[in-house]
Design a protein around this ligand. Structure first.
Ligand code: DC
Length: 224
C-alpha cells in the first residue's frame, strides 16, 4: 500500500481545490470520491432507477464503470467510457446525490474501488468517510471545515462566476445545511471527524494557507 492522505469535511469546505493542489505539489494521485457518488447518481437518474428497489440498484451497480483520469492537468470523470465531468455537477445530481449515497450497497462498491486505488500508488483522497471507514489507517488524516455561512458565500461566488444567478444566498445556505444534515445523520458511514484527524477550520484562511498547512503536516509525517 502507498502513502495515504485522507481529507474529509462538508460540501464547500474547500476540500476539492485544496486537495488537488496538495496532490500536485506533493506528487500524490488526487481522488475525488464525491465524483464517484455523483456518477452513480447520474446513472440512476438517466436510467430512471427506483432507488428503493434494491434488486434494480444491484443490477445497476454491476453495469457501472467509473474512471478518474488526469488529462491536460485536469481531472476528468468517466462513466462507462463517457466524459461526464460537467454533467455530474448539475442541480439534478446535487439534489439526488445524498439519498443515493445513503444506500449501503452503493457505499460498499465504491469503498472497495477506493481501497483498490491505493494499492500501487501514493494518494490523497477526499470525501466524507475516508479517514473513518475507507482508510482508518491512513498516514495523514485531515478534517477540513468552515461555517455554513462561509460555505454558502463561497458557493454563491462560484455560481456567479459561472453566470448562474438563479439561487439566492438564503436558498444556498438552506441547501448547504440540508445536505450537511443528511450526510452527517445517515446510518452508514456518516460525515464525522475521525478521532485522530487534524481539524482545520478554513473559514478565515486563504486556499494557499490551507494548502501549506496540509503540506507541512504531510512532510512532518514523512520524517517520522
Ligand atoms: O464532495 P461532493 O459534494 O461532490 O459529494 C457529493 C455527495 O456525495 C455528498 O453529498 C455526500 C456524498 N459522498 C459520500 O457520501 N461519501 C464520500 N466519501 C464522498 C461523497
Amino acid at each position: 500500500m502507498g502513502f495515504i492522505v485522507a481529507v474529509d469535511g462538508p460540501a464547500g469546505s474547500g476540500k476539492g481545490t485544496v486537495t488537488e493542489l496538495v496532490g500536485q505539489k506533493e506528487n500524490l494521485v488526487y481522488i475525488d470520491t464525491g465524483a464517484m457518488y455523483r456518477c452513480v447518481t447520474l446513472y440512476m437518474l438517466r436510467n430512471q432507477i427506483n432507488i428503493e428497489d434494491m434488486e434494480k440498484v444491484k443490477e445497476s451497480l454491476e453495469k457501472i464503470k467509473i474512471e478518474l483520469k488526469v488529462e491536460q492537468g485536469k481531472q476528468n470523470v468517466y462513466l462507462n467510457n463517457e466524459d461526464v465531468s460537467s454533467e455530474i455537477r448539475t442541480e439534478k445530481v446535487n439534489k439526488m446525490v445524498s439519498p443515493v449515497s445513503k444506500i449501503p450497497m452503493v457505499r460498499e462498491k465504491l469503498t472497495q474501488e477506493q481501497r483498490k486505488m491505493s494499492e500501487r500508488q501514493d494518494i490523497i483522497m477526499e470525501g466524507r468517510d475516508i479517514g473513518t471507514v475507507v482508510f482508518p489507517n491512513a498516514d495523514v488524516k485531515i478534517y477540513l471545515d468552515a461555517t455554513p455561512e462561509e460555505r454558502a458565500r463561497r458557493r454563491l461566488n462560484q455560481n456567479r462566476q459561472k453566470g448562474m444567478m438563479d439561487e439566492t444566498y438564503e436558498q444556498i445556505l438552506e441547501s448547504v445545511k440540508n445536505r450537511d444534515y443528511i450526510d452527517s445523520h445517515r446510518e452508514v458511514a456518516p460525515l464525522k471527524q475521525a478521532e485522530d484527524a487534524i481539524y482545520i477550520d478554513s473559514s478565515n484562511m486563504t486556499v494557499e494557507e490551507v494548502v501549506s498547512k496540509i503540506i507541512q503536516i504531510i512532510q512532518e509525517k514523512k520524517k517520522q
